[in-house]
Design a binder for this molecule. Structure first.
Ligand SMILES: C[S@@+](CC[C@H](N)C(=O)[O-])C[C@H]1O[C@@H](n2cnc3c(N)ncnc32)[C@H](O)[C@@H]1O
Length: 270
């Protein structure tokens, strides 16, 4: 996903969850280091970094590095959500070989909001996060554990009409989507990477969009397949997604999104 301006205008659900988890976990973190430097992984369009994360950080934080794998997102964020202590940079948290070369001083805190469900190789990502954290540093990782939207993608990928655009659908289904106990699985992976797990839960969530168009735009903004289709097919595809989503909701409450959210608070031991 790299439709920055669409995402920045259709991310009410993500912003709600980001704000709630930041307000809960930031006060629980140890903020004693005068050299607090912060990393935000998967900053996307940059609005959450600038308008939600930054105002909730202690006033003495002197540097926030916000990274994203998409150069278009990084450019958009730097142009639209610039701030004198935020540095928007390019980084692939999954594939970067030695991230400490890019950021030699490391970070005292890492946040990642609504990003890590895009990551296939979770052990490699966790290893990079661990490497980027200084000893006793803390990470707050919030991402989708499961969402019926991904089941809809899997169903549509078997339809001959959409199959040509969705051959790699499995790359876009979170690794935890079909797991019975995603939190236990992620906690174990975090421990394997060396972290101490302070909290790891995957609560069931619900978000009610004001109207069906808001839900449709939210779905469109994070859809990795639409941009591969000719414009004349895009609306039809989106209608098929919305139809299957509402069937999953028993055709009731068609503006409600239900999903499960991974919330992990980790610490790198001393
Ligand atoms: C849904 S947006 C979330 C943006 C923002 N954090 C928020 O809460 O609104 C997810 C972002 O993660 C980025 N992303 C996906 N895989 C990534 C990776 N391996 N490394 C860094 N960023 C990644 C995407 O490019 C996208 O901009």
């Amino acid at each position: 996903m790299d439709q920055a301006s669409l995402y920045a205008n259709a991310n009410a659900l993500q912003r709600r969850d980001a704000e709630a988890t930041l307000r809960t976990f930031i006060p629980r973190m140890n903020w004693h280091d005068e050299r607090e430097t912060i990393l935000d992984v998967g900053c996307g369009s940059g609005d959450v970094t600038r308008n939600l994360l930054l105002p909730l950080l202690p006033s003495w934080v002197s540097r926030v590095v916000a990274v994203d794998v998409s150069p278009r997102m990084v450019d958009f964020a730097a142009k639209n959500f610039a701030h004198n202590i935020i540095d928007f940079r390019h980084l692939d948290i999954e594939k970067e070989e030695n991230p400490r070369q890019k950021f030699p001083e490391g970070f005292s805190k890492i946040f990642s909001l609504y990003c890590l469900h895009w990551v296939r190789d979770q052990p490699s990502c966790l290893e990079n996060l661990f490497t980027l954290l200084r000893p006793s540093g803390e990470a707050l990782l919030v991402f989708l554990a499961a969402n019926p939207l991904f089941d809809v993608y899997e169903t549509l990928s078997m339809d001959p009409k959409w199959q040509p655009y969705m051959k790699d659908v499995s790359n876009f289904v979170p690794v935890h989507q079909h797991q019975k106990d995603p939190a236990a699985l992620f906690a174990r992976a975090a421990e394997d990477a060396g972290f101490e797990v302070l909290t790891c839960q995957a609560p069931e969530m619900k978000f009610v969009f004001d109207n069906i168009n808001y839900l449709k735009n939210a779905v469109k903004a994070v859809n990795p397949f639409i941009s591969r289709m000719p414009v004349e097919e895009q609306e039809e595809f989106l209608a098929a997604v919305m139809q299957l989503l509402s069937e999953g909701n028993n055709n009731k409450q068609e503006t409600v999104a239900r999903y499960s959210l991974m919330v992990a608070h980790l610490q790198r031991p001393e």
